[in-house]
Design a protein around this ligand. Structure first.
Ligand code: AHR
Length: 496
């Protein structure tokens, strides 16, 4: 059996957690909107056409923010097409995903839906085929009370009160050659600066996210971040990161070692943000918005017929090992909670998502479980969590068998440990000195484990991979001892 130790000190804090780190993403893509969250002709929908079964699963995930409407989609989107009378809304080609967009669901429906889902919006503007004028107009439509053309237009659509959307993305993945209106870093940096300036003139209380690289693998990574921020440092508050991982080579240890890659990615982006800060002698720090992250590869070879409506697109069926990596990625994000303030699991329903739907119901994919647990119990302050663990060699360098983070919830007087044992054969004895947390007992130990790394959940068998109660954890002389079986995710919740 392997042995690992977690060292914490209640005075050594990384940061309070910004709850928006548990965000997600709904794009007009495949069946995310249509047949996902919105299906007016379904008996499972409410009076607004929102799927009630899906709303319930989303509420349980406790997602404080949802990015919308894209993604690649936003770079060709005219938000005006999706507001006002539904019968008059145009059907248009969506060049990003080669489908027809009916526009039956748009900005106002999204805001209505967000209220019911107990979430808030992170809205993206089109800086691909459109520009700073349209970016200015949409803020006026959403956030100005009335008395101007666009705010009165909103009122005429039945929305007397402004939506007051506080967080906005300045386009999407503008470094990607696949992006409509793809730009060089200098072109995008200037556009982002001017769009941001105008948007904040309309509403100075908003926060803005500039596009970073579409992934660490882009040739332009690094230079892109540096150039873009050099142009728009004053106007923006966050820089975005996107990253998806896959197990194409069917090498699970390498796949799980991607938490090391993610950690390096975050550290590199922080360095670039701080280098620009130093060069420009700024006081303000740029924070990170990891607004697309997940496992994505199962559906890559799928072909769809062009110009159809709401096809089954990017419907990855997640297995148990994917859930382990998702847990590890969330642990990695939390370990950087001082700089990662926003993060979005991409996406939320049907499209590379924790929730799947059919006409007869909705169910939880494997990755739903780590997200649900960490989002609900990972609230409070991240403690510096020193992990002493045996390591294995990987393409990313030494990968620890144990990924872990400790969170202190002062209000509830709780300490929560999230941990993944990446060892595929061996269990691990985890110890943690808790003498500073006098009187703390184990309140709950939940685990996600399965003998089959490729096990999946389906509508017929939705619980093949699901949480169970962990056994054997104990506190002896102020030291926690827990047994983490091979390939497993754990939440150990301690308190008085
Ligand atoms: O999430 C799916 C797609 O991945 C998004 O539209 C795009 O931003 C990214 O490349």
């Amino acid at each position: 059996m392997k042995k690992a130790t977690i060292c914490i000190d209640k005075n050594f804090e990384v940061s309070d957690i910004d709850k928006r780190i548990y965000g997600s993403f709904i794009e007009h893509l495949g069946r995310a909107v249509y047949e996902g969250i919105y299906q007016p002709d379904s008996p499972l929908a409410d009076e607004s056409g929102f799927r009630k079964d899906v709303l319930k699963l989303i509420q349980q995930l406790n997602v404080p923010i949802v990015r919308y409407p894209g993604g690649n989609f936003v770079s060709g989107y005219h938000w005006e097409d999706g507001v006002g009378e539904k019968q008059k809304r145009p059907e248009k080609l969506d060049l990003a995903w080669e489908v027809i967009e009916t526009n039956q669901f748009g900005l106002n429906e999204f805001m209505d839906w967000a209220k019911k889902a107990n979430t808030s919006a992170m809205m993206a503007v089109n800086l691909g085929t459109r520009g700073i004028e349209d970016a200015k107009n949409i803020i006026e439509y959403c956030n100005i009370k009335g008395g101007s053309y666009y705010s009165d237009l909103r009122k005429s659509h039945g929305y007397q009160d402004p939506h007051n959307i506080k967080l906005w993305c300045l386009g999407n993945e503008m470094d990607g050659p696949w992006q409509m209106g793809h730009k060089t870093a200098a072109e995008y940096g200037r556009t982002a600066a001017e769009a941001g300036r105008l948007m904040k003139m309309v509403d100075p209380t908003i926060e803005l996210v500039a596009c970073g690289s579409s992934s660490l693998m882009m040739d332009t990574f690094g230079t892109w971040e540096d150039t873009v921020l050099s142009e728009c440092y004053d106007q923006v508050d966050y820089l975005s990161l996107h990253q998806y991982y896959g197990n194409q080579e069917n090498n699970t240890p390498e796949f799980l070692a991607n938490t090391v890659a993610m950690d390096k990615f975050i550290t590199s982006v922080i360095s670039i943000c701080d280098a620009v800060k130093a060069k420009q002698r700024k006081k303000k720090s740029i924070h990170l918005s990891f607004d697309e992250w997940n496992v994505w590869y199962h559906s890559n070879d799928q072909k769809i017929e062009r110009w159809c409506k709401a096809p089954h697109q990017l419907e990855d069926i997640y297995n148990f090992e994917d859930a382990l990596l998702v847990a590890g990625m969330m642990i990695t994000l939390l370990r950087h909670a001082d700089r990662v303030k926003v993060a979005c699991l991409a996406q939320l329903v049907n499209v590379i998502a924790p929730i799947m739907t059919s006409d007869t119901g909705a169910w939880k994919q494997t990755i739903y479980y780590p997200f649900e647990l960490i989002s609900n119990y990972g609230r409070g302050t991240v403690l510096q969590t020193v992990v002493q663990s045996p390591v294995y060699e990987s393409k990313q360098g030494d990968a620890p068998y144990l990924d872990a983070v400790c969170i202190r919830n002062k209000e509830k007087e709780e300490l929560v440990i999230f941990a993944v044992n990446k060892d595929l054969e061996d269990s691990m004895e985890l110890t943690c000195d808790l003498r500073q947390f006098e009187g703390y007992q184990i309140k709950e130990h939940l685990t996600l484990t399965n003998p089959d790394l490729k096990a999946v959940n389906t509508q017929e068998n939705p619980d093949t991979v699901s949480l169970s109660t962990g056994t054997g954890a104990k506190i002896e002389n102020g030291v926690l001892h827990a047994l983490l079986c091979d390939k497993s995710f754990h939440m150990i919740r301690l308190g008085k």
